[in-house]
Design a protein around this ligand. Structure first.
Ligand code: WTA
Length: 659
């Protein structure tokens, strides 16, 4: 069903909620003792202030950043939906991530810990990282890149990727990072939309023991991108390459002898920092524009309050820098608060399925942030892999990207967190720039599957079609009712699409596209994209709840549930299921699973069809592409964009296996 169709539905509750998770985990006293926020009263005071006196609140918070010139107006909302934050201010993101800490005596603290997939390692202190960033910034200038120019970054997860982002930020060039797993076509589309003048890439990167030929893809892409003048190539994998004279240069040649002095450009608060393309699970990629000051403040504050980052922490976010999570929580956020952040190049199952746990043990990672899709893979692989390692350095766990099924949550809590680490289930989007809804680890009692409470300044609500707030436990549309500093400013080159996409459906609010409910304690439960809602015999169900019920079965590793046309019921539920190692995909299990869901959440949610599969179709960032499964369940050919699909062979396999 389309968003519009579901928004126009007649039932009072736009989405019915069947899942009622009762478990509650209080924050451990040892954690609270040292946490930045220690009491509920403190959270409430700050949250109230952020709502009631926003100018004062944001003025105080903005002091956490270094300004070349202080802003005069905190938020200008005179031309909605186009917000301006911290107007009058001048600031530089790279200065805030580097120089500021060196000036405060942190020059010798490790900023980046890096490990390549083959096992090679590097540590860059704040001083060393600063030096590399200044040198790359000088190279960019020498290549003719100017303030405001767009630069595409298409890199493996190596230190130079972070260096490139910060070098752009230093001179006011706008980076657009394209995930290194995207093919030439997707890269060319993004470069063309952004009209990038330069590309920073590498010869290749390592993934599961093989070279990903990045430069080859760049060559194919650049055949179609008239705006690109220069291509800088970092040597990583060392194979021989074709270099196009006049356009391509080895970075190590350009940087030889270049000065490491490069003053950070003071930029307007609203100077664009980056464009990041997001396709979500549907449609043509959108160039989400983030600007400097508000974005950086959002990333910084959430790192401090949500990840509780402190001087001694070793922090690891597993997201690729090609995603917003890699931007905000591998690079800008942790560096803006002077933390030590780990970067790992490769796959979680190379050389074996314990690579992440091995990294945590060896680097003494204390704060670990990953995605539900990864956690479900770990569950599937089995406990023996984490059990091989000493994970006692961990003190806090986080998750982002999708609703986390309560079963995956409790596994993460028990097996990885040793029952001692709080879990922050953080809800946010590429568009929101930083975490919007989350537990605060020292004070919020967590409920598996709930992203808990809104962060400071976030006026989050569950509403009906008319924008009226719904009572507790009634499912509806998740909106944000006022601007926030790290919000997207527009879609690059397309103000109209920006308005249409986010501001027209539930005027005058920002519509997230997600369905949610809020419980009687004020906790938010995100039920997935409203496009994924299914209408069964007049009941609108969020498929995520049915999936959670399936995953609670001991033999199920992962499940995706979609609607398919049904003459009697309007839509019927089709479940695609992957099993844990050792489970047999047979008829008796099929019947058992249907009965199980009926018993767990009610007969209305009992799947009409269960299909076993080896794998589910996912985007590159690990989100299940239910749109493709809907086509398969309906027996249709897949139409629309599949360029973000991770593994095409999954689709063919799914088509063959029918009940
Ligand atoms: C989903 C990733 C439930 C949601 C930072 C959102 C979540 C979309 C959560 C944004 C969560 C993200 N619980 N759902 N904790 N986090 N989502 O742009 O549907 O890749 O709208 O940003 O992911 O995905 P994006």
């Amino acid at each position: 069903m389309t968003t519009a169709a579901m928004l126009n539905g007649r039932a009072t509750a736009p989405i019915e909620s069947l899942l009622q998770e009762q478990r509650i985990f209080a924050p451990p006293a040892e954690f609270t003792a040292t946490a930045r926020l220690k009491s509920q009263a403190e959270y409430e005071r700050l949250y109230r202030q952020s709502m009631d006196q926003p100018e004062q609140f944001w003025r105080e918070m903005s002091d956490r950043l270094h300004w070349s010139e202080k802003p005069t107006v905190m938020c200008d909302w005179s031309h909605p939906p186009f917000a301006r934050w911290f107007t009058g201010g001048k600031i530089n993101a790279s200065y805030n991530c580097l120089d500021r800490h060196i000036n405060h005596g942190l020059g010798d603290k490790p900023a980046l810990l890096w490990e390549g997939e083959p096992g090679d390692r590097k540590v860059l202190t704040y001083r060393q990282l600063h030096r590399e960033v200044c040198r790359m910034a000088n190279v960019l200038k020498a290549q003719g890149v100017k303030t405001g120019d767009r630069v595409a970054i298409y890199m493996p997860m190596i230190p130079e990727a972070a260096v490139a982002m910060l070098a752009c930020a230093r001179i006011g060039a706008v980076h657009t990072v394209v995930f290194g797993g995207f093919a030439a076509e997707a890269l060319a589309d993004r470069i063309n939309d952004a009209k990038a003048v330069a590309v920073i890439t590498a010869d290749g990167g390592w993934r599961r023991g093989k070279i990903v030929e990045l430069k080859k893809n760049v060559d194919a892409a650049l055949a179609k991108t008239p705006t690109v003048q220069r291509c800088l190539v970092v040597r990583r994998t060392g194979q021989s390459l074709a270099m196009t004279a006049g356009r391509d240069s080895w970075y190590h040649d350009l940087v030889a002898g270049v000065s490491d002095v490069c003053p950070a450009e003071p930029l307007d608060s609203e100077h664009p920092l980056f464009i990041l393309y997001t396709s979500g699970t549907t449609g043509k990629p959108k160039g989400v524009v983030h600007t400097t000051a508000g974005y950086l403040l959002g990333a910084l504050l959430t790192c401090e309050y949500v990840f509780d980052l402190k001087d001694k922490d070793v922090y690891w976010c597993t997201a690729d820098i090609g995603w917003v999570t890699g931007h905000s929580y591998t690079v800008y956020g942790p560096l803006a608060c002077g933390a030590t952040t780990l970067l790992y190049e490769g796959a979680p199952n190379f050389p074996d399925m314990d690579r992440f746990w091995d990294l945590i043990e060896r680097y003494h990672v204390s704060v670990f942030y990953t995605a539900p899709t990864a956690i479900r893979a770990f569950v599937k692989w089995g406990e023996k892999y984490p059990q091989r390692h000493d994970l006692s350095s961990l003190r806090l766990l986080g998750t982002v990207g999708e609703p986390i099924n309560p079963e995956a949550w409790t596994w993460y809590h028990r097996v990885i967190g040793g029952r001692r680490c709080p879990i922050v289930d953080t809800w946010w989007q590429t568009e929101t720039g930083s975490i919007m809804c989350t537990p605060l680890p020292g004070i919020t009692a967590t409920k598996p599957g709930s992203c808990a409470v809104p962060f400071f300044g976030v006026d989050l609500a569950v509403v009906d079609r008319q924008g009226r707030e719904l009572p507790p436990n009634v499912g509806g549309f998740l909106v944000i009712r006022r601007p926030w500093p790290s919000m997207l400013r527009t879609l690059y080159g397309d103000d109209e699409r920006f308005k249409q996409q986010y501001w027209r459906e539930i005027e005058p609010f920002y519509f997230t596209g997600d369905g949610a409910r809020r419980d009687a304690d004020g906790y938010f439960w995100v039920m997935g994209r409203v496009d994924d809602v299914v209408n069964v015999a007049g009941h609108r169900l969020g498929t995520m709840e049915v999936e959670s019920a399936m995953v609670a079965h001991p033999k199920v590793a992962e499940a995706a549930v979609v609607g398919r046309p049904d003459e009697l019921k309007g839509q019927a539920l089709a479940a695609f299921v992957t099993l844990k190692a050792g489970a047999e995909p047979d008829e008796s299990l099929r019947q058992e699973l249907k009965a199980w869901v009926g018993k767990e959440i009610g007969a209305i949610a009992r799947p009409d069809e269960v299909r076993f599969t080896e794998a589910l179709p996912k985007t590159r960032s690990g989100k299940i592409m239910r749109r493709l499964l809907r086509d398969i369940a309906a027996g249709k050919e897949t139409v629309g964009d599949t360029s973000t699909l991770e593994d095409y062979s999954v689709l063919a396999a799914l088509r063959q296996d029918r009940e």
